[in-house]
Design a protein. Structure first.
Length: 210
C-alpha cells in the first residue's frame, strides 16, 4: 500500500500570491488616504462599533469596542481618540499598545454594507482633562487611546452582503447558544459561572456600562 501523504500546496512568496490574484484595480487603491477626509469623517461619527487590533510580544489581539455613535472622537484629521470603557480588566489591548504602538481599527455601521479600516500607531493617555471630556453619566474612563492615522479606507460591501449580517430574519436564536455562565462553569470545573451568573449579568452590566 502506498503510504505517501499528499503534499498540500503552500504559498510562500508575494510573487506566488500575485500570480493568483493579480493586482488591485484603481478603485481599490485610490480610496486610501493618510488622513480623515470629510466623507470618512461621516462613517466614523456614525459608527457605534469598532474592532481594535493590536500586537504584543505574546501575539495578536482583537477587541470589540462599542459605545454611543461617534464614540471614536476625531481630534484632527490625523488623530483619533477612543475612551477605554469598563470591561473585564484584562487590558490585553492596552498592554499591547504600551509595548507595540501599531494598531488597526475596523468600523461597522448597522444597516450599512460599508466598513472602514484605519491603520496607525497609538498611545494610552491618562490626561485628567481628556478623561473628563469623555465622561458619561459623570463616569470618566480610566484611559483614552490616542491614535495617529497612517492610512484609512473603506472596505467594499461583499463581506456584509455574503454574511447577510444586518438581516433581522437571519438573527441566531440565543437559546441555541451556550451562555457565558455555561462556558465559565465548563472551563472552571463549576467554580465560577453557572445559572446564577447568567441571571445576575443583565443588571450587573446595566450598572457598569460606564
Amino acid at each position: 500500500m502506498n503510504d505517501e501523504r499528499k503534499t498540500v500546496p503552500i504559498i510562500e512568496t508575494v510573487e506566488q500570491l500575485e500570480a493568483i490574484y493579480g493586482h488591485p484595480n484603481e478603485a481599490s487603491t485610490v480610496k486610501v488616504a493618510d488622513r480623515v477626509t470629510p466623507l470618512y469623517r461621516v462613517l466614523i461619527e456614525t459608527s457605534p462599533f469598532v474592532a481594535l487590533a493590536t500586537s504584543g510580544p505574546e501575539g495578536l489581539d482583537c477587541s470589540p469596542r462599542g459605545d454611543l455613535p461617534g464614540f471614536v472622537r476625531i481630534h484632527d484629521d490625523r488623530t483619533l481618540m477612543m475612551p477605554d470603557r469598563r470591561g473585564n480588566n484584562r487590558i490585553d489591548s492596552l498592554r499591547n499598545i504600551v509595548r507595540d504602538p501599531r494598531v488597526a481599527l475596523l468600523f461597522l455601521i448597522p444597516g450599512s454594507g460599508s466598513t472602514l479600516r484605519i491603520n496607525g500607531n497609538a498611545k494610552v493617555s491618562t490626561d485628567v482633562d481628556l478623561l473628563a471630556s469623555f465622561a458619561v453619566e459623570d463616569k470618566a474612563p480610566r484611559s483614552v487611546i490616542v491614535m495617529s492615522v497612517h492610512e484609512i479606507y473603506f472596505q467594499c460591501a461583499r463581506a456584509i452582503v455574503r454574511s447577510d449580517l444586518w438581516n433581522p430574519d437571519k438573527r441566531v436564536d440565543a437559546k441555541i447558544l451556550p451562555t457565558p455562565g455555561q462556558i465559565l462553569a465548563d472551563m472552571s470545573e463549576r467554580r465560577v459561572g453557572g445559572e446564577e451568573y447568567d441571571r445576575a449579568w443583565p443588571e450587573r452590566a446595566r450598572k457598569s456600562l460606564w
